[in-house]
Design a binder for this molecule. Structure first.
Ligand code: FES
Length: 589
């Protein structure tokens, strides 16, 4: 624990750093006496503000990803007002700046294609406008990493306001979870066990309030990771969107943003190897989405902190999965909140955490989780009753994935953890969609389904196609899980023996491109192995015959994307956005 001397010296350092009004970044826009500042002030007056509303006050940019097309953020107009209330109360000047939304249910081919665009937009919005600090409003899957990536690169005082999960879904007397129950009942519909009418009832009950998906999907995973990283107020990530405590958290977040500016507390002041370890450990303890690997690696590279796939595997071996939340467990995020939420989970595994890491409230993670209690130990399990004692996530390597691949063993049937079977290869998503239910497909429960060209460049955008559907004729045999391998990602709400993120991807000539029907593939989770059982001479011949596919885009954002996106093991960021080099301030003419 931190000693008294360390705490005192930190306080002295913070006081020395405390800003004065003329030190504010916005002073260059508003506080000087030149014709440009006249323009800035007269245009602020045009919006109905007096000088006393903003003079000498921190300008807090509220980056809001609200949109009519994003149901997960449908409460964000109101929440922005609550953030503003907090900013005003603390003596700041709130400025809401809309950002592109990344709406998981609607955006094609995948929001992942646009994560880096939102990150770039957030960085440039903060850079080009007179922001002294920022409140980042996100929640739906990619919005969290995107906003954090932009904020880390700009490195102004910034705090994250997680959107909060929606309430439990409901159908008749059943509780429904986002994603997980879609896949479950879709399989039942395909197997003929429920009717079209029942399927429609499920459609109308599965999402019944504002908020992001309420299973432990990518959204809850990444908002929890952002809290463990130190980017939110303590407890913020677990509060359901519809709960009045969420509105109060929004005001508290606005208030805190103003103080962070005076204290000059910036992301790279608290993002360290230890805080990233905390985020990874939190993700493992809650049974988080495999998407966290890609996003946390991207965030770390922006912060100049080394984080590799192997570190995830290392931490996984000693972290128990204790949040009994779907898809790995039984409950939903609403239950998780009532049971004590993320703070309670972190308190349970405090010996696995780096407790001295600082957070946005100026305190350490250790102090933020002090006194956190579990109120329902069937939702947040005691460690000796963990859902998975260790190894809830595994990084695989082998001749099929030289740069790594990932599997979530806890979400797969255990008999498939060690499995060798013949490949059934689909050249791309359309090929898979056209043939998966073909009665002539020579598939058995032992087959290994392989999907090529679904990675960052091949798909493009590395969509969540990794949970290939089980062929109808196999479903009819009562089988619900098979080994599936792809260079795609998988929704955090999905489950199954799905090997994901195979790197390098098939589109750039990774070994996945060389797999043919009938090749034997060996998966051995305990040995962290993924092997294509084809001899190297044959593989060399196939490689020589392999032809590089045509680029997917001729122009536009897609062309920029395909030129600069990195592979999954490196976080899929744009190469020119990585790194912690300082971002140049704009000239003000
Ligand atoms: Fe927005 Fe799932 S659709 S979080």
């Amino acid at each position: 624990m931190r000693t008294l001397t360390q705490s005192l010296s930190q306080e002295i350092e913070m006081n020395a750093r405390r800003k004065k009004p003329e030190d504010l970044r916005s002073h260059r826009w508003y506080g000087v006496n030149d014709v440009r500042a006249f323009g800035h002030r007269s245009r602020t007056a045009q919006m109905g503000y007096s000088r006393s509303d903003y003079a000498g006050k921190p300008v807090i940019a509220i980056l809001n990803t609200w949109s009519d097309i994003n149901p997960c953020h449908s409460h964000f107009r109101q929440r922005a007002e609550e953030v503003k209330r907090g900013v005003w109360q603390a003596g700041g000047f709130p400025v809401e700046i809309p950002q592109m939304t990344l709406s998981e249910p609607f955006q094609k081919p995948t929001t992942m294609l646009y994560r880096n665009l939102l990150a770039l937009e957030a960085e440039e919005a903060l850079r080009s406008y007179p922001a002294d600090g920022a409140v980042l409003m996100g929640g739906c899957d990619k919005t969290t990493p995107a906003l954090l990536m932009g904020a880390i690169s700009m490195n102004l005082p910034a705090i994250y306001m997680p959107g909060g999960p929606m309430l439990r879904g409901n159908w008749r007397d059943q509780t429904l979870g986002s994603g997980s129950d879609v896949w479950k009942y879709w399989a039942e519909l395909r197997a003929g066990n429920i009717t079209d009418g029942e399927w429609q009832e499920i459609e109308n009950g599965i999402a019944r309030s504002p908020g992001h998906c309420m299973t432990m999907g990518t959204a809850s995973t990444m908002t929890s990771a952002s809290e463990a990283l130190g980017f939110t107020l303590p407890g913020a990530a677990s509060i359901p969107a519809a709960d009045s405590r969420h509105a109060r958290m929004a005001s508290d977040t606005g208030r805190r943003a103003v103080e962070m500016v005076w204290e000059d507390l910036k992301p790279r002041d608290f993002l360290t190897a230890g805080s990233f370890d905390n985020a990874v450990t939190a993700v493992l303890a809650i049974g988080g989405s495999t998407n966290a690997l890609v996003h946390l690696i991207a965030l770390a590279r922006r912060a100049g902190v080394p984080l590799t796939l192997d570190r995830f595997d290392q931490l996984s071996r000693s972290t128990p999965l204790i949040a009994n939340i779907r898809p790995a467990g039984k409950y939903l995020m609403e239950d998780f909140f009532y049971a004590g939420g993320l703070r309670a989970v972190l308190a349970k595994i405090r010996d696995r955490l780096s407790l001295d890491e600082r957070t946005v409230n100026g305190k350490t993670l250790g102090s933020n989780i002090a006194g956190a209690e579990v109120f329902n130990d069937d939702v947040i399990l005691p460690r000796d009753k963990a859902l998975v004692a260790s190894g809830s996530l595994a990084v695989l390597r082998g001749n099929l994935a030289p740069d790594g691949a990932v599997i979530k063993p806890a979400a797969a049937e255990s008999k498939l953890h060690k499995h060798t079977g013949p490949a059934i290869v689909f050249a791309d998503y359309n090929d898979m969609a056209a043939r998966i239910d073909d009665p002539e497909l020579s598939v058995t429960p032992d087959s290994v389904l392989v999907l090529q060209n679904a990675g960052p460049l091949g798909a493009p955008g590395m969509p969540e196609w990794g949970q290939l559907p089980i062929p109808k004729k196999i479903l009819a045999q009562g089988v619900r899980d098979m080994v599936r391998i792809s260079d795609a990602r998988m929704s955090g709400t999905s489950y199954g023996a799905c090997v994901l993120h195979v790197a390098p991807e098939s589109f750039v000539g990774g070994p996945l491109a060389l797999v043919r029907n009938g090749d034997l593939i060996e998966l051995d989770v305990a040995a962290r192995k993924l092997e294509l059982k084809v001899d190297s001479a044959e593989l060399a011949q196939r490689r020589a015959a392999w032809k590089k596919p045509q680029p997917r885009f001729e122009r536009g954002y897609g062309a920029l994307y395909q030129q600069h996106v990195t592979q999954a093991d490196q976080g899929c960021d744009f190469d020119f956005l990585e790194g912690a080099a300082p971002t140049a301030e704009p000239e003000i003419h």
